[in-house]
Design a protein around this ligand. Structure first.
Ligand SMILES: NC(=O)c1ccc[n+]([C@@H]2O[C@H](COP(=O)([O-])OP(=O)(O)OC[C@H]3O[C@@H](n4cnc5c(N)ncnc54)[C@H](OP(=O)(O)O)[C@@H]3O)[C@@H](O)[C@H]2O)c1
Length: 335
């Protein structure tokens, strides 16, 4: 079997760690392995039982790979991925840098994997929040056309990276020692997150929408290839370690029964639909190293005809990032 030299830029991060585990467990045919981090502090990773020191990336070093996973920052992806792709190296980027760029496919393999082509070397993976909705509602959209989608998101702290996980743990430790949640300075969060939640994921624009809410809208339209759909969301950070949850309200263009939607959900690729209302998924039970998106509590909404509700849970670090990237890689080596 042909082997591929693989670079992972951001190997020491949250997504990077999961990616390494998945390359190993899914037996991706890795030849040489090159891990990179910021180089700001010494770091090493273990891959297939061998310890590797991480180094800061350079174009020269990256060019030794056949396939590079970018799981670091928008800036790093922006600096290296286009030049690397132009040199013929497959680049799969999990940052938001190229997701909306014309000519860069934004791919969830089971939804729009057909957009992968041998000559397009730079591919983006979507934001971890909309992945759940994009997978869960893909079949319903194809068959009945979703015209409007409203989402309330409940996003885990790991969605903001390793330092955000550390922030929650630190706040909790101080709370149990001193009896009050501290207001710590710095970090990625605008408010304390222990025993709290806040409706801000990213910066606000002039209209009061957060960065995450805008990403959900734009990226879902691109992945489904449908600009007509109206999407509105409120993105909320919650003190869950891992697993994003979504409450979704969607309207369909064509009249249909709840039973027809149920049937569609049961055969949607990448989705496990839990039919009994009391079997709804939760982040703790269904958001930790799970390879499919989970959904439950399908019901007709009381607010409008042809409007339905669904509860969706997915692992932000797996299907929302690392697993999706590895699945893209598995597809492109078949092209
Ligand atoms: N977390 C999620 O659920 C999720 C989901 C979808 C997409 N993503 C995207 O995936 C990427 C990684 O997220 P994460 O949660 O894994 O973040 P993270 O835990 O903060 O890890 C970031 C990684 O990037 C490395 N890095 C930072 N600056 C760098 C530089 N200048 N050059 C090379 N490497 C650098 C870090 O190295 P050091 O350890 O040396 O700092 C670390 O390995 C981000 O683009 C994020 O938007 C994340």
């Amino acid at each position: 079997m042909k082997k591929y030299n693989v670079a992972v830029v951001g190997a020491s991060g949250m997504v990077g760690g999961e990616l390494l585990g998945l390359l190993e467990s899914r037996r991706f045919p890795v030849g040489e392995f090159y891990p990179f981090n910021s180089g700001r502090k010494p770091a090493s990773v273990v891959f297939r039982g061998k310890k590797y020191a991480c180094a800061a990336p350079s174009l020269e070093a990256l060019k030794r790979s056949d396939l590079a996973f970018f799981v670091s920052t928008d800036e790093v992806a922006g600096e290296f991925a286009p030049r690397l792709a132009a040199a013929g190296v497959w680049c799969i980027d999990d940052s938001s840098r190229f997701r909306l760029k014309h000519g860069v496919p934004l791919v969830i393999p089971e939804v729009n994997g057909a957009e992968l082509r041998p000559d397009i070397k730079l591919i983006a993976g979507p934001n971890c929040t909309l992945t759940g909705a994009a997978v869960a509602l893909a079949g319903i959209h194809r068959r009945f056309r979703v015209t409007e989608l409203r989402l309330a998101t409940y996003q885990a702290v790991s969605g903001a990276g390793r330092s955000a996980m550390g922030r929650l743990e630190k706040e909790l430790k101080i709370y149990f020692k001193k009896g009050a949640v501290p207001v710590l300075k710095g970090g990625k969060f605008p408010r304390p997150i222990a025993f709290n939640l806040f409706p801000q994921v990213g910066d606000f624009d002039g209209e009061g929408n957060s960065g995450e809410e805008n990403k959900v809208e734009a990226e879902l339209k691109k992945i489904w290839g449908d600009k007509r759909i109206k999407i509105s969301s409120t993105a909320v950070r919650v003190p869950v370690l891992r697993g994003h949850s979504l409450a979704a309200w969607f309207k369909v263009a064509r009249p249909c029964s709840e039973g027809a939607l149920r049937k569609e959900l049961l055969r949607t690729p990448g989705l496990k639909f839990l039919e009994k209302p009391e079997n709804y998924p939760t982040p703790l039970e269904n958001g930790l190293r799970t390879e499919v998106v989970y959904a439950g509590r399908l019901r007709r909404a009381k607010t409008a005809a042809n409007e339905f509700q669904l509860w969706i849970v997915s692992d932000n670090l797996y299907k929302g990032a690392a697993l999706n990237s590895v699945q893209i890689a598995e597809r492109i080596i078949e092209l």
